[in-house]
Design a protein around this ligand. Structure first.
Ligand code: GLC
Length: 795
């Protein structure tokens, strides 16, 4: 079934049937003030941390409740409904609604009983409060008397878990007050500011653009003995002007008005963690509600559409375009900003950035905003330990040069991360490379950045130490040891087990470093010798004719040998053999055929096959997951991006696009009940063929899938492959496409690219026509480009 569609002109996903198989969410705000909102207005808000700065209560994994509720009541007959379909949930035959999730705002437009309402939710640019603008329009030819109620369920405590489980304390530390047009919640009113100087003790819920006619600050009073679909105050037509003392706080405000035929009225509810003084100032700003809101919304749209503007494609596949132009790109910014902090799955308890996750996330926005990417990349380099490894968890409060590391008990105790991962710092190589390639800023390699614990060094030095970390942690075959984990969090190989995936990553890193250290012949020789040695081991010990093994256990036993009963063929070593350029052409073709034969399903490639059931070993922790799930032979979506890229690098456009389509959210737009989560965002994994729910996806929004699939599409399928010197355009597309166009801004220069595929090839273009001049396909030097370029790529 289909619940909505992509409106690419507006860059919105429009949900037309709100009864979706799961809450379909959007992100508002920034890490200073974040909010998640669903098509039924469910979701929560927080200051800085979803776990430690929670303002709005939300009960996970239940009924998508509570939310930012706006109720409307016909004062003549007492009938009432909500501006979002739920919580009141009038029959959908009578209640017409659409939710427009846009770039950092959501608008829910509904019509019921001749009244049209528009609830717009957003956090203004740079602000730390949120706005729920409500406009109500009378579509009938009679005057209508309407009452509007806004409801915000405030937490009793900023610590979300305390709010939910320690009521013997939290219910007795808050009370609410009514000030002119807003409810103020006080927490620990008579307490001193916290040690960090913040108070975080006052929140407000206010109404601008209309006078409040009744209010309550007490949840029990608003709801009575009912639930959100029939709040007592709404049934009664007014709140009782009561306040909270020793129970559950809330903000509930009512206003009413009469609308003549065709007349419209607009007001705005406002919410934030603010003192009385700050709240009053914010309220004032919205006195002229429509004007302020229009301006703020426009500001958001201008900013976000600007962020997405560096690449715009137009291909024969509109779903592909919607993902690349808008939704995958917006998701990449979301993961870039929020890491794995807060969603409807994560609640903000992970108090920092995962090293590999974040270094990967940075790649997802590189083609759109490389300078923003650089800031976070520099931050992550400063979280590299002096011996080259990445800190497994980089605290939000990270203080470069002064951090403890997994070598210190205090770090282990504080973060729960006992040791290093084999791969973390190796993700820096593709990320630094992509930054330099997108910008041409090779001077970045000389930028001095401190290490996490002690020492400082240039970016180049950081990378050298990353290589050194791998080289000082080799296993018995001379391949990188698997340590606490490699990319696969469930594979614990220790200091004697070895990982082929990391070996390919290291091989890739060694070759990139050859480019970065051109002026150091001795070091280049070392890199070259090391790479050759590594390649020899990979070929002699890890290649089985049509696949690479996954590695070695600490016992020396092979993991992922083709005749194994379980976990015999693994996806990542094959795709990375190609991406790292370690595989010869024949090897590459052979291993990619193998994964197609053994791992592919209608919903993407499984991570390995068959799943672990009985023949596992101690370090194979994925055995805990049900077969076909997550790392135990699920379709781990991040890895699809690498498979897409690998096929594209080989010029196999049909396969690359097939892998994209199989697991792309948009492909499920008309089969949304199968996928369950949003058809406009990637999830962490899809259940594989061994699950009775094959095709169902999980863990929406905050996942590494966003960045790798983005890279797979941009560098792979679209073939936009910059290097330090310029850019190569080498699309790998379905043979049936006649061609497509791309508008790309590259180092400030405009590239209008037309790909002509009348030859119906899959990849490896024949020639370019660059500003009217024909030339061979290949690298276009930056110096060959003018401010505005017409490039025809002839396949
Ligand atoms: C999760 C983790 C990521 C890891 C992956 C595979 O997505 O966030 O770091 O690489 O699982 O185990």
């Amino acid at each position: 079934m289909q619940y909505g569609y992509f409106d690419e002109k507006a860059r919105e996903y429009v949900i037309t049937n709100p009864n979706t198989p799961a809450p379909w969410a959007n992100y508002l705000g920034s890490p200073d003030y974040g909010a998640i909102v669903t098509q039924n207005a469910g979701g929560y808000s927080f200051v800085k941390s979803g776990a430690a700065g929670r303002i709005l209560r939300y009960v996970f994994n239940q009924f998508d409740e509570p939310g930012r509720y706006i109720y409307l009541r016909d004062e003549e007959n007492g009938d009432f409904w909500s501006a979002s379909w739920k919580p009141v949930a009038k029959p959908l035959e009578e209640y017409k609604t659409e939710t427009r999730h846009g770039t950092s705002y959501t608008e829910i437009i509904s019509e019921y009983s001749g009244i049209r309402s528009k609830a717009l939710y957003y956090v203004p640019m740079g602000a730390t409060h949120e706005v729920w603008r409500i406009s109500v329009e009378n579509l009938t030819d009679k005057p209508r008397k309407i009452a509007v109620f806004g409801y915000a369920e405030l937490t009793t405590e900023s610590f979300y878990t305390q709010d939910l489980v320690n009521m013997q304390y939290t219910q007795f530390i808050t009370k609410t007050e009514f000030h002119d047009n807003f409810i103020l919640e006080q927490i620990n009113e008579f307490n001193y500011p916290r040690p960090d100087g913040t108070t975080g003790r006052e929140r407000f819920f206010g109404l601008a653009g209309a006078p409040v006619t009744s209010y309550t600050g007490r949840r029990e009073q608003f709801l009575g003995r009912n639930r959100f679909d029939r709040p007592q105050s709404v049934l009664d037509g007014k709140c009782d002007n009561s306040l909270n003392y020793n129970a559950n706080p809330c903000g509930a405000l009512q206003f009413e008005f009469t609308l003549g035929p065709g007349e419209k009225k607009t007001a705005a509810f406002l919410l934030g963690q603010k003192t009385v003084f700050e709240a009053e100032k914010i309220m004032k700003r919205y006195e002229n509600t429509e004007k302020t809101v229009d301006h703020e919304l426009q500001e958001l749209i201008t900013y976000w559409h600007g962020e997405l503007a560096n690449l715009k494609i137009c291909t024969p596949d509109k779903k592909f375009d919607a993902m690349v132009n808008t939704w995958n790109a917006f998701q990449c910014f979301t993961t870039f900003v929020w890491s794995r902090a807060a969603s409807l799955i994560y609640c903000g308890e992970r108090n920092g950035y995962g090293y590999r996750d974040t270094v990967q996330d940075i790649q997802g926005i590189m083609h759109l905003d490389p300078e923003l990417a650089r800031k976070q990349l520099t931050f992550m380099l400063s979280a590299q330990v002096h011996h080259g490894a990445g800190l497994p968890l980089v605290k939000y409060s990270h203080n470069a040069g002064h951090e403890n590391t997994p070598d210190d008990d205090s770090y282990v105790k504080e973060t729960g991360h006992p040791s290093y991962r084999a791969d973390d710092a190796l993700w820096l190589f593709p990320t630094v490379y992509k930054y330099i390639a997108e910008t041409g800023n090779t001077a970045y390699l000389d930028e001095e950045i401190p290490f996490a614990d002690k020492d400082t060094g240039s970016v180049r030095e950081h990378l050298k130490r990353a290589i050194n970390f791998s080289m000082t942690h080799l296993g018995p075959h001379g391949m990188p040891a698997g340590l606490h984990a490699d990319w696969n969090d469930c594979l614990v190989l220790g200091s004697q087990g070895e990982s082929t995936f990391v070996a390919f990553q290291l091989y890739y890193a060694l070759n990139i470093m050859k480019e970065f250290c051109e002026n150091e012949p001795e070091y280049v020789k070392y890199l070259d010798d090391t790479a050759k040695k590594l390649l020899k081991v990979l070929n002699e010990k890890c290649f089985e004719g049509d696949q690479f093994i996954r590695g070695f256990r600490d016992t020396g036993d092979i993991i992922g040998s083709k005749n194994d009963k379980e976990a015999a063929t693994w996806l990542n070593p094959q795709s990375w053999a190609v991406i790292s350029r370690a595989a010869t052409k024949d090897q590459a073709n052979a291993v990619m055929e193998t994964i197609n034969r053994k791992l592919n399903t209608p919903y993407g490639l499984e991570l390995m096959q068959p799943s672990y059931r009985y023949a596992y070993f101690e370090g194979a922790r994925m055995r805990l997951f049900n077969p076909g799930t997550k790392e135990n032979a699920g379709i781990f979506c991040q890895t699809q991006g690498w498979a897409i890229l690998a096929e594209a690098l080989l010029g196999h456009g049909d396969r690359a696009f097939q892998y994209f389509s199989e697991s792309s959210p948009a492909s499920f737009n008309d089969d949304a009940d199968r996928r369950v989560i949003e058809p406009y965002v990637h999830g962490q994994f899809i259940e594989g063929h061994e699950s009775p729910f094959a095709g169902r996806s999980h863990v929406h929004w905050l996942t590494g899938t966003a960045s790798t699939v983005m890279v797979g599409c941009v560098e792979g399928i679209l073939g936009l492959r910059p290097t330090a010197k310029g850019i190569e355009i080498s699309p790998a597309i379905p043979a049936e496409w006649d061609g497509f166009t791309m508008e790309k801004v590259f180092r400030g220069k405009k590239l209008h690219i037309t790909v002509n595929n009348l030859a119906h090839k899959q990849g490896k273009p024949e020639k370019y026509i660059l500003n009217g001049k024909e030339r061979d396909a290949g690298l276009i030097l930056e110096s060959e480009l003018t401010e505005d370029n017409k490039i025809v790529v002839v396949m």
